[in-house]
Ligand binder design. Structure first.
Ligand SMILES: NC(=O)c1ccc[n+]([C@@H]2O[C@H](COP(=O)([O-])OP(=O)(O)OC[C@H]3O[C@@H](n4cnc5c(N)ncnc54)[C@H](O)[C@@H]3O)[C@@H](O)[C@H]2O)c1
Length: 333
């Protein structure tokens, strides 16, 4: 049975991924500092194929003790995610998203772990012109500290992977949407769906800007396909992973077909990102096809809220920007 280390496995994407991995017969070890909470993992605590280690990705001593040659792959999700969180904690963001990621790859190399999957972002593209769909070879224009740390890490990992053992694959995800046990409502499709259901007004910045989106279940599936892909062909490769590209106006129009969206256009936002991205490479090389569309994702969120499965969805705990110094002090002890 293959054993997978998932850093940041308690997060929005990780909470889906670890369950999918367990279902598919993998043994799973999570390494996470509990920064975004851990309650949603209670159902797995008696699963003997699952273990949970509380630790910070910057704690090299702890990682040194944990990472041994028994792992088949490391999926590296742990990061400070969201523009605002990264701006609020800039030094920590550099340490966690960049320096610690590079050290983690070096540990994986020393321990001869066969595969290392680094989760990056399509935000790295920042801006694309007109009808151009960015491919993995196109120039990057990171417009935030968050994206800059991902770009810097990608470059360094690609360099290291030329002479190191773990086969490195970098997945650049579109903005994720859909339900997860660790829910986030600070991601655009989730936020629009949630606020429409709650009858709360949403502010839409830069309504003509385009973005690629990816359902969280498809994100998880793409990682598992990379873990299962046996050839060396994908070593040191970068793949865009997305379900569709859409601009915010179109997004509102589509979601409005399902539920009334109370929105206000705000033209002078400070987010200048506007990019369309191609997913041809992962389709052609791996055969990955996303299964979930926008409507499925939105309907699931509306239902979960209407049924009361998610209590008080406006609670700030469902956003990454709620983190305060107190939480971080606790994390770093
Ligand atoms: N959500 C998206 O739209 C999206 C899009 C593209 C890429 N990604 C990437 O996917 C990954 C996961 O994103 P997510 O949406 O699940 O975010 P998330 O914030 O829900 O999860 C991040 C997890 O990492 C953990 N973590 C943070 N700092 C840590 C540290 N110092 N040590 C150990 N654990 C730490 C947190 O506790 C959390 O469980 C990130 O690398 C992110 O950059 C996400």
């Amino acid at each position: 049975m293959k054993k997978i280390l998932v850093t940041g496995g308690l997060g929005y994407i990780g909470s889906i991924l670890i369950r999918d991995l367990l279902t598919q017969g993998f043994e799973v070890v999570i390494y996470d500092n509990f920064m975004m909470g851990a309650q949603h993992i209670l159902d797995l605590m008696d699963n003997d194929k699952f273990s949970l280690i509380k630790g910070d990705i910057r704690d090299t001593e702890k990682l040194n003790n944990i990472i041994d040659g028994s792992f088949y792959a490391i999926v590296h999700l742990a990061a400070y995610v969201s523009h605002q969180l990264c701006e609020n904690f800039q030094a920590n963001t550099m340490e966690v998203n960049q320096n610690a990621s590079i050290k983690l790859y070096k540990f994986a190399s020393i321990r001869s772990i066969p595969k290392f999957i680094f989760i990056s972002t399509c935000s790295n593209y920042g801006v694309t012109e007109g009808e151009k769909y960015a491919t993995e070879d196109d120039q990057l224009h990171p417009l935030s500290l968050y994206a800059q740390t991902k770009v810097n890490t990608e470059l360094e990992l690609i360099k290291l992977a030329k002479t190191s053992k773990p086969r490195l694959t970098i997945l650049r995800f579109g903005t994720i949407f859909g339900l997860s046990p660790r829910m986030r409502f600070d991601l655009l499709i989730n936020e629009i769906s949630m606020k429409a259901t709650m009858g709360t007004k949403i502010q839409i910045y830069s309504p003509n800007s385009w973005r690629p989106y990816l359902h969280v279940k498809d994100a998880s599936e793409s990682i598992i396909q990379i873990i299962n892909f046996e050839t060396n062909d994908i070593s040191s490769q970068i793949f865009n992973v997305l379900s569709f590209n859409i601009n915010k106006n179109q997004l509102i129009t589509e979601i409005s077909k399902l539920i009334k969206v109370n929105f206000e256009i705000v033209e002078d936002g400070n987010d200048n990102r506007n990019y369309k991205v191609s997913n041809e490479k992962i389709k052609n090389k791996i055969g990955f096809e996303p299964k979930y569309n926008l409507i499925q994702g939105v309907v699931q969120i509306i239902e979960a809220i209407k049924l009361g499965i998610i209590e008080d969805p406006l609670d700030l705990k469902y956003t990454n920007d709620h983190i305060r110094w107190t939480n971080l002090d606790f994390v770093l002890e």
